[in-house]
Design a protein around this ligand. Structure first.
Ligand code: RI2
Length: 299
């Protein structure tokens, strides 16, 4: 059984990371809580609300986490069909299933968008982006990739390994080599932690620099993200709180007396740098993503 505290720690320490994965991890903990509950609805409602608060606070920027948790505990506000326990079990199961399916759909739609062989660059480690690149490589075996290191946690290594498992030829580069290799790149594909209503994209720090370089070189910049990463309440990326983590992550054991270290985890890529956002509901220009998601949520 995955306890709420254990899931919260896994997410806080980034043992579990990647906006989609951590959303599912949190939802799994809520499902396990409901499954093990032996009391009545009122007690379960209280426990679920407290658990949701704890889980959402772990990674403040990831709207995926907040939206997923809200969906999982929606039956505490609006009863569905059965007992609260049965309703939460159904809601959590539905979210986990739908979020896996969304990655699959996005992989196919993203590959359609690339539309042929070429070189893709990605930043950080996004299941959606890896899916798009792997699917494109299945269709056009000469597809190749660059994975940027992504300091300070070097999630680019995970990306490089995952692409290799899919047999995609991949070149691992340091973040500061992105602009140098951009002339060899045909498309950039990155994931997102949060997408604002105007299409601004909040993703791993450094993403906006990759976008700047892509724009300078005329390389299309695509974002692959499930609809539950869209935050209608954030008018622009400026409305999203950017998580700052312990500066020791960037110092890697060194001490720099008298020097302030600043470790922001995400940055905002303006919508105007983004050519298309690929969700499971289709690929749209960033200005259309909020409407698309509202339509998808209405069913
Ligand atoms: P998927 C990650 O955040 C990265 O910023 C990545 O681009 C984004 O989540 C989306 O990943 P972190 O958890 O959901 O590493 O596409 O801070 O896997």
């Amino acid at each position: 059984m995955l306890t709420v505290e254990r899931a919260a720690r896994d997410i806080e320490t980034m043992k579990v990371r990647g906006a989609g994965r951590l959303a599912r991890h949190a939802v799994q903990a809520l499902q396990d809580l409901a499954a093990a509950h032996e009391g009545g609805d009122a007690a379960l409602r209280r426990e679920l609300r407290a658990a949701a608060k704890r889980l959402v606070a772990t990674r403040p920027t990831a709207v995926s986490l907040r939206n997923a948790v809200e969906e999982a505990i929606a039956p505490t506000r609006e009863p569905m069909n059965g007992t609260l326990r049965a309703d939460v079990l159904a809601a959590t199961e539905r979210f986990i299933h739908r979020s896996h399916a969304a990655v699959e759909t996005i992989s196919g739609l993203g590959a359609d968008l690339l539309g042929g062989p070429g070189v893709v660059l990605t930043h950080c480690n996004s299941a959606c982006s890896v899916g798009v690149i792997a699917r494109a490589h299945e269709r056009w075996p000469s597809v190749k990739a660059f994975a940027s290191e992504t300091r300070p946690r070097r999630q680019g290594l995970l990306t490089a390994r995952q692409l290799r498992e899919h047999r995609v030829p991949v070149t691992y580069i340091v973040d500061s080599a992105v602009n140098l290799v951009m002339p060899e790149v045909d498309w950039v594909v990155v994931g997102a932690d949060t997408v604002a209503a105007n299409g601004d994209v909040v993703n791993k720090v450094g993403t906006s620099q990759v976008a700047l370089s892509a724009r300078e070189h005329g390389v299309p910049f695509y974002v692959a993200a499930e609809t539950y990463k869209v935050a209608p309440w954030a008018r622009t990326g400026r409305d999203v709180r950017i998580e700052e983590r312990d500066p020791r992550e960037i110092l890697e054991g060194r001490s720099l007396p008298g020097i302030r270290a600043f470790n922001p985890v995400f940055d905002v890529t303006p919508a105007r740098f983004v050519k298309r956002i690929v969700t499971e509901a289709g690929a749209v220009p960033p200005s259309a993503v909020a409407r698309q998601v509202a339509r998808a949520r209405r069913g």
